[in-house]
Design a protein around this ligand. Structure first.
Ligand SMILES: C[S@@+](CC[C@H](N)C(=O)[O-])C[C@H]1O[C@@H](n2cnc3c(N)ncnc32)[C@H](O)[C@@H]1O
Length: 330
Protein backbone atom coordinates (compact mmCIF):
# COMPACT_ATOMS: atom_id res chain seq x y z
CA UNK A 1 0.00 0.00 0.00
CA UNK A 2 1.22 3.50 -0.81
CA UNK A 3 1.39 5.61 2.30
CA UNK A 4 3.49 8.53 1.12
CA UNK A 5 0.46 10.54 0.12
CA UNK A 6 -2.06 12.15 2.43
CA UNK A 7 -5.03 11.41 0.20
CA UNK A 8 -5.35 8.26 -1.79
CA UNK A 9 -8.05 9.46 -4.16
CA UNK A 10 -6.30 7.66 -6.97
CA UNK A 11 -5.82 4.49 -4.95
CA UNK A 12 -7.79 1.38 -5.73
CA UNK A 13 -10.75 0.53 -3.48
CA UNK A 14 -8.74 -2.38 -2.17
CA UNK A 15 -5.92 -0.02 -1.10
CA UNK A 16 -8.47 2.06 0.80
CA UNK A 17 -9.90 -1.07 2.38
CA UNK A 18 -6.42 -2.17 3.36
CA UNK A 19 -5.70 1.17 5.00
CA UNK A 20 -9.03 1.08 6.84
CA UNK A 21 -8.29 -2.45 8.04
CA UNK A 22 -4.91 -1.35 9.42
CA UNK A 23 -6.48 1.64 11.20
CA UNK A 24 -9.32 -0.53 12.47
CA UNK A 25 -6.93 -3.14 13.87
CA UNK A 26 -5.01 -0.44 15.69
CA UNK A 27 -8.05 1.20 17.26
CA UNK A 28 -9.83 -2.07 17.92
CA UNK A 29 -6.82 -3.13 19.99
CA UNK A 30 -6.79 0.22 21.81
CA UNK A 31 -10.52 -0.10 22.59
CA UNK A 32 -9.96 -3.60 23.89
CA UNK A 33 -7.20 -2.38 26.17
CA UNK A 34 -9.52 0.27 27.56
CA UNK A 35 -12.25 -2.31 28.02
CA UNK A 36 -9.68 -4.33 29.94
CA UNK A 37 -9.09 -1.38 32.23
CA UNK A 38 -5.96 0.22 30.76
CA UNK A 39 -5.85 3.91 29.88
CA UNK A 40 -5.58 4.43 26.12
CA UNK A 41 -4.13 7.90 26.04
CA UNK A 42 -0.61 7.24 24.88
CA UNK A 43 -1.23 4.35 22.57
CA UNK A 44 -3.45 5.97 19.96
CA UNK A 45 -2.37 9.19 18.38
CA UNK A 46 1.15 8.41 19.43
CA UNK A 47 2.81 5.53 17.71
CA UNK A 48 4.25 3.51 20.55
CA UNK A 49 2.43 0.23 20.77
CA UNK A 50 2.01 -1.25 24.19
CA UNK A 51 2.42 2.00 26.06
CA UNK A 52 -0.27 3.37 28.29
CA UNK A 53 -1.44 6.71 29.56
CA UNK A 54 0.44 9.47 31.28
CA UNK A 55 -0.92 8.44 34.63
CA UNK A 56 -1.33 4.76 33.91
CA UNK A 57 0.44 2.26 36.08
CA UNK A 58 2.47 0.96 33.15
CA UNK A 59 3.28 4.34 31.66
CA UNK A 60 6.30 4.17 29.39
CA UNK A 61 5.61 6.85 26.83
CA UNK A 62 3.77 10.12 27.17
CA UNK A 63 1.82 11.02 24.07
CA UNK A 64 2.12 14.73 23.34
CA UNK A 65 -0.88 14.66 21.00
CA UNK A 66 -3.56 13.10 23.20
CA UNK A 67 -2.52 14.48 26.59
CA UNK A 68 -4.17 17.42 28.36
CA UNK A 69 -7.11 17.97 26.03
CA UNK A 70 -9.93 18.42 28.51
CA UNK A 71 -10.28 20.44 31.65
CA UNK A 72 -11.19 18.36 34.70
CA UNK A 73 -14.23 20.59 35.37
CA UNK A 74 -15.50 20.11 31.85
CA UNK A 75 -15.44 16.33 32.07
CA UNK A 76 -16.77 16.08 35.63
CA UNK A 77 -19.56 13.54 35.73
CA UNK A 78 -18.54 11.74 32.54
CA UNK A 79 -17.79 8.02 32.90
CA UNK A 80 -14.12 7.42 33.71
CA UNK A 81 -14.04 4.90 30.89
CA UNK A 82 -14.93 7.64 28.39
CA UNK A 83 -11.96 9.71 29.60
CA UNK A 84 -9.62 6.72 29.50
CA UNK A 85 -10.62 6.12 25.88
CA UNK A 86 -9.95 9.71 24.85
CA UNK A 87 -7.73 9.54 21.77
CA UNK A 88 -8.15 12.90 20.10
CA UNK A 89 -5.86 15.86 19.49
CA UNK A 90 -8.13 18.74 20.50
CA UNK A 91 -11.39 19.70 22.10
CA UNK A 92 -13.77 20.39 19.19
CA UNK A 93 -16.91 20.46 21.30
CA UNK A 94 -15.55 23.31 23.40
CA UNK A 95 -14.66 25.32 20.30
CA UNK A 96 -17.72 24.56 18.19
CA UNK A 97 -20.18 26.94 19.91
CA UNK A 98 -22.97 24.39 20.12
CA UNK A 99 -26.48 25.56 20.96
CA UNK A 100 -29.36 23.83 22.65
CA UNK A 101 -31.54 21.90 20.24
CA UNK A 102 -28.83 21.37 17.61
CA UNK A 103 -27.96 18.10 15.90
CA UNK A 104 -24.26 17.23 16.10
CA UNK A 105 -22.33 14.48 14.33
CA UNK A 106 -18.89 13.31 15.50
CA UNK A 107 -16.86 11.67 12.73
CA UNK A 108 -14.78 8.82 14.18
CA UNK A 109 -16.32 9.03 17.65
CA UNK A 110 -14.15 6.36 19.30
CA UNK A 111 -15.11 5.79 22.94
CA UNK A 112 -17.60 8.65 22.68
CA UNK A 113 -16.14 11.41 24.85
CA UNK A 114 -16.92 14.25 22.42
CA UNK A 115 -20.38 12.85 21.69
CA UNK A 116 -21.21 12.83 25.39
CA UNK A 117 -19.85 16.37 25.84
CA UNK A 118 -21.85 17.53 22.80
CA UNK A 119 -24.99 15.84 24.11
CA UNK A 120 -24.74 17.91 27.28
CA UNK A 121 -24.42 21.09 25.28
CA UNK A 122 -27.30 20.51 22.87
CA UNK A 123 -29.55 19.33 25.69
CA UNK A 124 -32.63 17.13 25.60
CA UNK A 125 -34.06 18.91 22.55
CA UNK A 126 -30.88 18.27 20.58
CA UNK A 127 -29.16 15.11 19.38
CA UNK A 128 -25.57 13.91 19.26
CA UNK A 129 -24.55 11.21 16.79
CA UNK A 130 -21.24 9.37 16.83
CA UNK A 131 -19.99 7.53 13.74
CA UNK A 132 -17.21 4.94 13.85
CA UNK A 133 -16.18 1.88 11.84
CA UNK A 134 -14.54 -0.11 14.64
CA UNK A 135 -16.76 -2.60 16.49
CA UNK A 136 -14.70 -2.53 19.69
CA UNK A 137 -14.90 1.28 19.79
CA UNK A 138 -18.64 1.24 19.20
CA UNK A 139 -19.08 -1.28 22.02
CA UNK A 140 -17.08 0.97 24.34
CA UNK A 141 -19.07 4.02 23.26
CA UNK A 142 -22.38 2.27 23.90
CA UNK A 143 -21.24 1.26 27.38
CA UNK A 144 -20.19 4.87 28.05
CA UNK A 145 -23.55 6.14 26.83
CA UNK A 146 -25.26 3.80 29.30
CA UNK A 147 -22.95 4.82 32.12
CA UNK A 148 -23.62 8.51 31.39
CA UNK A 149 -27.37 7.94 31.18
CA UNK A 150 -27.44 9.95 27.95
CA UNK A 151 -30.76 9.79 26.14
CA UNK A 152 -30.01 12.15 23.24
CA UNK A 153 -27.08 10.11 21.90
CA UNK A 154 -26.88 7.60 19.06
CA UNK A 155 -23.84 5.72 17.81
CA UNK A 156 -23.76 4.64 14.17
CA UNK A 157 -21.52 2.07 12.52
CA UNK A 158 -20.04 3.14 9.22
CA UNK A 159 -17.30 4.95 7.35
CA UNK A 160 -16.74 8.66 7.42
CA UNK A 161 -16.32 8.44 3.63
CA UNK A 162 -19.99 7.31 3.34
CA UNK A 163 -21.90 8.88 6.21
CA UNK A 164 -25.09 6.89 6.96
CA UNK A 165 -27.32 9.93 7.45
CA UNK A 166 -29.63 11.79 5.04
CA UNK A 167 -28.56 15.01 3.32
CA UNK A 168 -29.14 18.39 5.01
CA UNK A 169 -29.88 17.00 8.48
CA UNK A 170 -26.94 17.99 10.72
CA UNK A 171 -26.22 21.42 12.25
CA UNK A 172 -22.63 20.83 13.31
CA UNK A 173 -20.01 18.26 12.38
CA UNK A 174 -17.22 17.75 14.85
CA UNK A 175 -14.33 15.29 14.71
CA UNK A 176 -11.27 14.74 16.84
CA UNK A 177 -8.14 13.49 15.13
CA UNK A 178 -9.80 11.25 12.56
CA UNK A 179 -9.83 12.93 9.13
CA UNK A 180 -6.05 12.53 8.96
CA UNK A 181 -6.56 8.75 9.16
CA UNK A 182 -8.70 8.58 6.04
CA UNK A 183 -7.30 7.54 2.70
CA UNK A 184 -9.96 9.59 0.90
CA UNK A 185 -10.19 12.94 2.64
CA UNK A 186 -11.91 14.64 -0.31
CA UNK A 187 -14.72 12.11 0.00
CA UNK A 188 -14.97 12.70 3.77
CA UNK A 189 -15.35 16.44 3.24
CA UNK A 190 -17.87 15.93 0.42
CA UNK A 191 -19.92 13.70 2.71
CA UNK A 192 -19.69 16.20 5.56
CA UNK A 193 -20.91 18.90 3.19
CA UNK A 194 -23.80 16.69 2.03
CA UNK A 195 -25.19 15.90 5.49
CA UNK A 196 -24.83 19.43 6.87
CA UNK A 197 -27.88 21.69 6.67
CA UNK A 198 -27.48 24.95 4.72
CA UNK A 199 -25.54 27.25 7.03
CA UNK A 200 -24.24 24.22 8.97
CA UNK A 201 -20.79 24.28 10.51
CA UNK A 202 -17.79 21.99 10.25
CA UNK A 203 -15.70 22.36 13.44
CA UNK A 204 -13.04 19.70 13.74
CA UNK A 205 -9.78 19.16 15.56
CA UNK A 206 -7.10 17.43 13.55
CA UNK A 207 -3.38 17.09 13.10
CA UNK A 208 -1.96 19.19 10.28
CA UNK A 209 1.62 19.39 9.10
CA UNK A 210 3.94 21.96 7.59
CA UNK A 211 6.13 21.41 4.57
CA UNK A 212 9.50 19.78 5.05
CA UNK A 213 8.37 16.77 7.06
CA UNK A 214 10.88 14.00 6.24
CA UNK A 215 9.73 11.44 3.66
CA UNK A 216 10.52 8.64 6.13
CA UNK A 217 7.91 10.09 8.48
CA UNK A 218 5.39 10.44 5.66
CA UNK A 219 5.87 6.81 4.65
CA UNK A 220 5.72 5.27 8.12
CA UNK A 221 2.54 3.26 8.70
CA UNK A 222 2.82 3.46 12.50
CA UNK A 223 2.86 7.23 12.12
CA UNK A 224 -0.14 7.06 9.77
CA UNK A 225 -2.24 5.14 12.29
CA UNK A 226 -0.70 7.42 14.91
CA UNK A 227 -2.37 10.43 13.24
CA UNK A 228 0.76 12.07 11.80
CA UNK A 229 1.80 10.66 8.41
CA UNK A 230 -1.66 11.05 6.85
CA UNK A 231 -2.13 14.63 8.01
CA UNK A 232 -2.75 17.37 5.46
CA UNK A 233 -0.76 20.55 5.18
CA UNK A 234 -2.74 23.62 6.28
CA UNK A 235 -2.99 24.93 2.70
CA UNK A 236 -4.11 21.51 1.41
CA UNK A 237 -6.86 21.34 4.03
CA UNK A 238 -8.11 24.82 3.10
CA UNK A 239 -8.07 23.99 -0.61
CA UNK A 240 -9.96 20.73 -0.06
CA UNK A 241 -12.62 22.46 2.03
CA UNK A 242 -13.13 25.03 -0.71
CA UNK A 243 -13.25 22.32 -3.38
CA UNK A 244 -15.94 20.52 -1.37
CA UNK A 245 -18.07 23.70 -1.45
CA UNK A 246 -17.42 25.10 2.03
CA UNK A 247 -17.18 28.83 2.76
CA UNK A 248 -14.87 30.68 5.11
CA UNK A 249 -12.45 27.81 5.79
CA UNK A 250 -9.86 28.40 8.48
CA UNK A 251 -7.14 26.44 10.22
CA UNK A 252 -6.21 27.66 13.70
CA UNK A 253 -3.21 25.95 15.35
CA UNK A 254 -3.93 24.87 18.92
CA UNK A 255 -0.63 23.12 19.64
CA UNK A 256 2.70 23.09 17.84
CA UNK A 257 4.79 20.07 18.75
CA UNK A 258 8.27 20.61 20.11
CA UNK A 259 11.45 18.61 19.63
CA UNK A 260 10.74 16.63 22.82
CA UNK A 261 7.26 15.88 21.51
CA UNK A 262 8.80 14.76 18.21
CA UNK A 263 11.13 12.37 20.07
CA UNK A 264 8.09 10.89 21.85
CA UNK A 265 6.19 10.55 18.58
CA UNK A 266 9.08 8.77 16.87
CA UNK A 267 9.40 6.18 19.64
CA UNK A 268 8.31 2.73 18.56
CA UNK A 269 8.17 3.63 14.86
CA UNK A 270 11.54 2.16 13.93
CA UNK A 271 12.68 5.62 12.78
CA UNK A 272 15.83 7.29 14.04
CA UNK A 273 15.28 9.74 16.88
CA UNK A 274 17.59 12.20 15.10
CA UNK A 275 14.70 12.92 12.72
CA UNK A 276 13.18 14.88 15.62
CA UNK A 277 15.17 17.93 14.53
CA UNK A 278 13.32 17.96 11.19
CA UNK A 279 9.96 17.08 12.75
CA UNK A 280 10.08 19.82 15.39
CA UNK A 281 7.56 22.56 14.63
CA UNK A 282 6.21 20.77 11.56
CA UNK A 283 3.39 18.86 13.27
CA UNK A 284 0.49 20.78 14.74
CA UNK A 285 -2.90 20.17 16.23
CA UNK A 286 -5.39 22.60 14.77
CA UNK A 287 -9.01 23.60 14.92
CA UNK A 288 -10.43 23.55 11.40
CA UNK A 289 -13.64 25.44 10.67
CA UNK A 290 -15.81 25.97 7.60
CA UNK A 291 -19.44 26.68 6.80
CA UNK A 292 -21.85 25.21 4.29
CA UNK A 293 -23.34 28.08 2.25
CA UNK A 294 -26.94 28.96 2.96
CA UNK A 295 -28.94 30.52 5.71
CA UNK A 296 -28.95 28.63 8.97
CA UNK A 297 -32.25 28.42 10.81
CA UNK A 298 -32.37 30.78 13.77
CA UNK A 299 -30.09 29.26 16.36
CA UNK A 300 -31.52 28.67 19.81
CA UNK A 301 -29.70 30.19 22.76
CA UNK A 302 -26.07 29.10 23.03
CA UNK A 303 -25.43 26.29 25.42
CA UNK A 304 -24.21 27.20 28.88
CA UNK A 305 -20.47 27.92 28.75
CA UNK A 306 -18.34 25.17 30.21
CA UNK A 307 -14.73 25.52 31.24
CA UNK A 308 -12.36 24.46 28.51
CA UNK A 309 -8.78 23.33 28.24
CA UNK A 310 -8.10 24.61 24.75
CA UNK A 311 -5.93 27.59 25.63
CA UNK A 312 -2.38 27.90 24.46
CA UNK A 313 0.03 25.44 26.06
CA UNK A 314 1.25 28.27 28.25
CA UNK A 315 -2.22 29.07 29.57
CA UNK A 316 -3.82 25.65 29.51
CA UNK A 317 -4.84 24.40 32.98
CA UNK A 318 -2.48 21.75 34.27
CA UNK A 319 -5.08 19.18 35.28
CA UNK A 320 -5.06 16.20 32.89
CA UNK A 321 -8.11 14.29 31.79
CA UNK A 322 -7.12 11.57 34.20
CA UNK A 323 -7.30 14.11 37.02
CA UNK A 324 -3.55 14.27 37.69
CA UNK A 325 -1.35 17.33 37.63
CA UNK A 326 1.35 17.82 35.02
CA UNK A 327 3.92 16.58 37.49
CA UNK A 328 2.52 13.07 37.42
CA UNK A 329 3.97 12.44 33.98
CA UNK A 330 7.46 13.68 34.52
C1 LIG B 1 -7.70 8.74 16.90
S1 LIG B 1 -9.16 7.88 17.29
C2 LIG B 1 -10.15 9.24 17.83
C3 LIG B 1 -11.38 8.84 18.58
C4 LIG B 1 -12.21 9.96 19.18
N1 LIG B 1 -12.52 10.96 18.17
C5 LIG B 1 -11.51 10.61 20.36
O1 LIG B 1 -11.24 11.81 20.33
O2 LIG B 1 -11.26 9.90 21.34
C6 LIG B 1 -9.80 7.52 15.66
C7 LIG B 1 -11.16 6.86 15.62
O3 LIG B 1 -11.66 7.03 14.30
C8 LIG B 1 -12.16 5.81 13.81
N2 LIG B 1 -11.97 5.83 12.35
C9 LIG B 1 -10.80 5.97 11.68
N3 LIG B 1 -10.99 5.99 10.36
C10 LIG B 1 -12.33 5.85 10.16
C11 LIG B 1 -13.17 5.79 9.00
N4 LIG B 1 -12.63 5.88 7.78
N5 LIG B 1 -14.50 5.65 9.18
C12 LIG B 1 -15.03 5.56 10.42
N6 LIG B 1 -14.29 5.60 11.56
C13 LIG B 1 -12.95 5.75 11.43
C14 LIG B 1 -11.37 4.74 14.52
O4 LIG B 1 -12.08 3.53 14.58
C15 LIG B 1 -11.15 5.37 15.90
O5 LIG B 1 -12.19 5.05 16.78
Amino acid sequence: MTTNTRDTDDATPSALDELRATVQARYGAVAQRVADGVQANASCCGPAEGSSGCCGGTSETWDPITADLYDAGETAGLPTEALLASLGCGNPTALAELSEGETVLDLGSGGGIDVLLSARRVGPTGKAYGLDMTDEMLALALENKERAGATNVEFLKGHIEAIPLPSNTVDVIISNCVINLSGDKARVLAEAFRVLKPGGRLAVSDVVVRSGLPAAVRENMALWTGCVAGALEESEFLAMLTAAGFENPSVEPTRVYTRDDAVALLQGTGLDASLADEVEGRILSAFVRATKPGVAQARPKPARALPTAHGSPATRPSARACGCDDGCCT
